[in-house]
Design a protein around this ligand. Structure first.
Ligand code: PLP
Length: 221
């Protein structure tokens, strides 16, 4: 019952317009099922192998988000079912997603991941790299991907002012792209930012989608 309680408690704390992605990485299917039975339909995983193993064992109406760093050669394994890919950080990857989406006769929703943290280990685009992608004729020819918004991860730090500034920067990138490329596209509306440790700041800075693992499923070992 603990996961159910955590989930209900968590949902009561966040505004209705913020979508909760329950990050079930490293957790067993039983844990996912418990959250599902409590009403959660959107789950996030960060490893392709784990995701493809879980999917057939769980209800078909779950919406699976891929939140991790995506390797191009693995897109084909999740293309048939994935609901949203959070961390698109290169043209090469976007091209492959479009190719595999086309093969599966569907459109795949994607977020552009921005590098907002000070750590160099975190992946993501600069605003220049993102606009290069969006300006390219290759991108304009892609019929089977939909850019639904942006995603980012703040620095792992106790400095809340720094975290706030990084989230604010992501929001600024979102606004820039919205104005210049997606002003008439209602699907471009998501800002995926905020995890268990920093979701409150993320929501204050305009997050529409938070990715929460530990606060729902407990710590990972
Ligand atoms: C693991 C993970 C999360 C969830 O982190 P918690 O601190 O457990 O809430 C969110 N986003 C990404 C990209 C992750 O890899």
């Amino acid at each position: 019952m603990k996961i159910r309680d955590n989930l209900i408690n968590f949902l009561s704390k966040i505004p209705e317009n913020v979508q909760l992605v329950a990050v079930s990485k490293t957790k067993p299917v039983e844990a996912v099922k418990e959250a599902y039975d409590a009403g959660q339909l959107v789950f996030g995983e960060n490893k392709v192998q784990d995701l493809v193993e879980k999917v057939p064992k769980l209800p078909a109406d779950i919406q699976w988000h891929f939140i991790g760093h995506m390797q191009t050669n693995k897109v084909k394994f999740i293309a048939p079912f994935v609901s949203l890919i959070h961390a698109v950080d290169s043209m090469k990857l976007l091209k492959e997603i479009n190719k595999q989406a086309t093969k599966n006769n569907r459109t795949i929703n994607c977020l552009l991941q921005f590098h907002i943290a000070e750590e160099s280990t975190k992946f993501g685009l600069s605003i220049q790299e993102a606009t290069d992608i969006l300006n390219s004729s290759e991108f304009m020819d892609m019929k089977n991907v939909h850019i639904s918004g942006v995603m980012g991860m703040a620095t792992y730090t106790n400095n809340t002012e720094q975290i706030r500034q990084e989230f604010a920067q992501l929001k600024t990138h979102f606004n820039t792209l919205k104005t210049n490329y997606f002003s008439s596209d209602d699907h471009f509306r998501e800002i995926s930012m905020g995890m268990s440790g920093d979701y409150k700041i993320a929501i204050e800075e305009g997050s529409t989608m938070i990715r929460i693992g530990t606060s729902i499923f407990g710590s990972r070992y």
